[in-house]
Write a protein that binds this ligand. Structure first.
Ligand code: FE2
Ligand code: FE2
Length: 252
């Protein structure tokens, strides 16, 4: 599938986990993704340890991509305690890093936030008891609020949401059930019910399932690279997703 006059195409992948040995290994992959789509979307865990060195390697690997690149960070990008450095290096390289913010690509609105964990449905951790538990739950609420404010900014008829953590259990199915609460949070699903989108993309659950749906029927895709490699070994490890172009929207 190449570029299309009738549809806007996105190549989407998460959990690239660039490390100090990745230099030179991802250029071909990114070039292929850029050629197949109008934009490349990255769903967090861009780096392995969140170091400036890893972020610079990723920026160099992305240098040959001629289409816009939009990303959210993942938990690994926080490991060294300097996510702002990862963000700065990538922003300097032209990547739009979304953190409770939104952008527009060829008439399609994209809302992005990292998200957080805490569990799903009736099993969600509640803000009760020790201050540290309340703080943990507050972080999940903050990230849900970021997603909501990003979604509220979108004015386009076509909209997608980018996350690192999962908003539903459907796309973490396949992981050990004991770790579900660390893979995402239903609190991220709530803004998606108030501000429906055409699709949601996330990563983080490397052994999860490719496709699920929110309770209002919005498709959710887990695009973690290890999952794409394992579940579709015959295809390159990015997901191609397309939406019809709005009438009058120029084909760039
Ligand atoms: Fe990951
Ligand atoms: Fe992760």
């Amino acid at each position: 599938m190449g570029k299309s006059a009738t549809h806007v195409r996105f190549a989407i992948v998460g959990d690239i986990h660039v490390n100090k040995d990745s230099a030179g290994s991802l250029r071909g992959f990114f070039a292929q993704a850029g050629e197949a789509a109008d934009a490349l979307l990255l769903c967090g865990d861009l780096t392995d340890y969140g170091t400036a060195e890893e972020a610079k390697i990723l920026a160099e690997e992305l240098a040959g991509v001629s289409v816009p690149v939009v990303a959210v960070l993942g938990n690994h990008d926080f490991e060294s305690g300097t996510p702002e450095v990862v963000c700065e290096v990538l922003t300097h390289a032209g990547v739009r890093v979304l953190d409770g913010s939104a952008c527009e690509i060829e008439g399609v609105g994209i809302a992005g936030a990292k998200g957080f964990c805490g569990g799903f449905g009736r099993g969600s951790l509640g803000a009760w008891g020790e201050p540290i538990i309340k703080q943990f739950v507050q972080e999940a609420l903050n990230e849900a609020m970021k997603l909501e404010s990003a979604l509220a900014k979108l004015r386009t008829p076509r909209r997608i949401a980018l996350l690192h953590y999962a908003p539903i259990t459907g796309t973490v199915a396949g992981e050990p059930v004991e770790i579900f609460p660390f893979l995402g949070s239903s609190r991220l699903e709530e803004p998606l019910l108030r501000y429906p989108v055409d699709a949601v993309f996330h990563g983080h659950a490397h052994r999860g399932a490719l496709e699920g749906k929110t309770i209002n029927g919005v498709p959710v895709y887990n695009v973690a690279r290890p999952l794409l490699l394992r579940s579709r070994p015959e295809q390159p490890p990015f997901l191609l997703f397309e939406l019809p172009r709005e009438p009058g929207e120029p084909h760039a």
